[in-house]
Design a protein around this ligand. Structure first.
Ligand code: NAP
Length: 533
């Protein structure tokens, strides 16, 4: 018997959980949020590594549900750094008095659906070990797409006498690398952001690279007050325009296919976009993630920039990726490639010689031991499904979600899954999520869930669950769309390929506007594909 009961239990106090709480309160629901950390912010609470910042422009990376909120907040830089985003999250939480309904330092360990009572029974564990239970009609997983740290299980981890940290679990008090020999393992976005900053502090930095990554410059700068004023005066139109972009962002994607201009014009366009900085690089042609030939030219342009920037030709060549550009999330960097020109930085290619083990002094690869005072694991996340599968979630008949998803996640709209009534996955697998600006995507999902709950109440119903046919068709649809792109061509975390043993399934849904349209059509048709009771 659960001791307490609410209408809606929300897991996670990042941007999704906070907005879901705000909407739930607005509907007069009794709501509670559970959060493992001792503060709000989700991914921005945990990812405090040096150099952490958002790769979406700050004027766009904010909530739009409240005009006063978006008018009063000022961002200081084109791309906001983690401390500023965390201040923003706290500002929102305080402004809407959210914290009183958030149970911090409380981890949800289990959530079981009770067929007979039609309720979710949720078990939590607080930091001091106290176990509690609560029942809820609706369960919203606002657990984030990139929250479950992927720390490789190297032999000898416990032997290493220095300190090691994962970028996604960075200590709140920070880490001082002054005078230290530091290793960074990985060369994804987190590494690409932290390497230049760590290199400036450490005595020596060694980067262990398994696969090189494409990065385009951020050209970060302070926000120009005039541009900010203009942006704020036009927020409504700009937000609407952004929603028409395939990733929910304003950067321009030209409506031109590859081959519609001469090669020299194409190269000039890549150069223009390189100078603009950020994701707009891949908007030069609408089909760069479909057309291999165009993609190859876009990729070669970046490789030429790397060769121009990195003075040592051997290092430059090692840093040149060979995969399709954009099939892993494009990195947006500040001085990443330049960092390899420093005397205190070197690159070790481990593509053929994986790290064998950690030792008391450091690590061994290629039969050679390297000594360090500190190791940084910039090794990414068990993305999209990791945080869900770590909780013992059981639906009808006691079916564990992890078992249902053994061969990969199966959802309807990336939001619900058969056998798990009233369970909502904010930005779940099968929704645009990580291929977009997360803030508008989160708002769209939270608004959709809120509309569903309102609809149920208005019709005297209590339960929503997708139909099997609808879920199967959705999974096929997402696979068909992804299969028509170049996304599946490399070993990305989009496919789960970064976690040993994880099924290879393309998880996000490419195309934000088409997705939103589909959601709206389904709602207009009385929530087609769902069973409401
Ligand atoms: P990631 O892109 O998955 O990169 C992880 C890196 O670690 C890769 O280079 C990977 O190599 C390497 N690695 C993993 N396991 C390894 C092992 N056992 N041995 C050696 N190397 C290993 O992770 P991330 O950099 O944390 O970024 C994840 C995502 O978070 C990004 O794509 C982005 O969506 C988001 N993010 C965003 C920002 C931002 O807003 N600016 C910043 C950071 C992160 P392989 O490539 O060979 O697997």
């Amino acid at each position: 018997m659960a001791a307490k009961q609410v209408d809606i239990a929300i897991v996670g106090a990042g941007f999704a959980g906070m907005y879901m709480l705000h909407r739930a309160r607005g509907m007069g629901l009794r709501a509670v949020v559970f959060e493992t950390g001792d503060g709000v912010g989700g991914t921005w609470y945990w990812n405090r590594y040096p150099g952490a910042r958002c790769d979406v422009e700050s004027m766009e990376y904010s909530y739009q549900f409240d005009d006063d909120l978006q008018q009063e907040w000022s961002w200081s830089e084109r791309y906001a750094a983690q401390p500023e985003i965390l201040r923003y999250a706290n500002h929102v939480a305080d402004r809407f008095d959210l914290k009183r309904d958030i149970r911090f330092e409380t981890r949800v360990t289990a959530a079981h659906f009770d067929d007979a009572g039609g309720l979710w029974h949720i078990e939590t564990e607080s930091r001091n070990g106290g176990v509690d239970t609560i029942a809820a009609t609706h369960l919203v997983m606002a657990t984030g797409c990139l929250s479950s740290a992927n720390v490789p299980h190297f032999e000898g981890m416990e032997d290493f006498k220095g300190d090691w940290h994962h970028t996604g679990r960075w200590p709140k008090e920070g880490v001082d690398f002054t005078g230290k020999r530091v290793a960074v393992i990985g060369t994804g976005s987190s590494a690409i952001q932290s390497i230049p900053v760590i290199a400036r502090q450490a005595e020596h930095l060694t980067v262990f690279q398994r696969t090189p990554n494409y990065a385009v410059p951020a050209h970060n700068h302070p926000v120009d007050p005039e541009r900010e004023a203009w942006f704020k005066a036009h927020y409504k139109e700009l937000r609407e325009k952004a929603k028409q972009g395939r990733s929910g962002q304003l950067y321009s994607v030209r409506d031109l296919p590859w081959g519609s201009e001469p090669l020299e014009t194409a190269k000039a366009e890549f150069a223009r976009r390189w100078d603009l900085g950020g994701f707009s690089y891949l908007g030069a042609y609408v089909d760069l993630l479909v057309n291999k030939e165009g993609n190859a030219v876009a990729a070669e342009f970046v490789r030429e920039k790397i060769r121009e920037t990195v003075k040592d030709p051997e290092t430059a060549e090692l840093l040149c990726p060979t995969s399709v550009i954009g099939c892993k999330r494009l990195c947006v960097d500040i001085g990443y490639f330049e960092t390899y020109n420093r005397d205190n930085v070197n690159l070790v290619d481990i593509s053929k010689d994986p790290i064998e083990r950690l030792t008391e002094k450091g690590l061994i690869t290629g039969g050679k031991e390297y000594a360090f005072d500190a190791i940084v694991f910039a090794t990414g996340f068990d993305a999209m499904t990791g945080s869900l599968n770590r909780i013992d979630i059981r639906g009808r008949g006691g079916l564990p979600l992890a078992e249902k998803w053994e061969a990969g996640p199966r959802t309807y709209l990336g939001l619900t899954t058969v056998g798990f009534p009233n369970l909502f996955l904010i930005t779940g697998p099968g929704s645009p999520s990580v291929l977009t600006n997360m803030l508008p995507t989160i708002e769209q999902h939270v608004d959709y869930v809120s509309d569903i709950i309102e609809h149920l109440r208005a019709h005297g119903q209590t339960t929503i669950e997708p139909e099997q046919d609808a879920e199967d068709a959705w999974v096929d649809h997402v696979n068909a769309i992804a299969g028509g792109t170049l996304y599946p061509s490399c070993n990305s975390w989009y496919l789960g390929a970064n976690v040993p043993g994880k099924p290879r399934v393309f998880m996000p849904y490419p195309g934000f506007p088409a997705y939103v349209k589909k959601c709206e059509e389904i709602a207009a048709a009385g929530y087609e594909g769902f069973r409401l009771e």
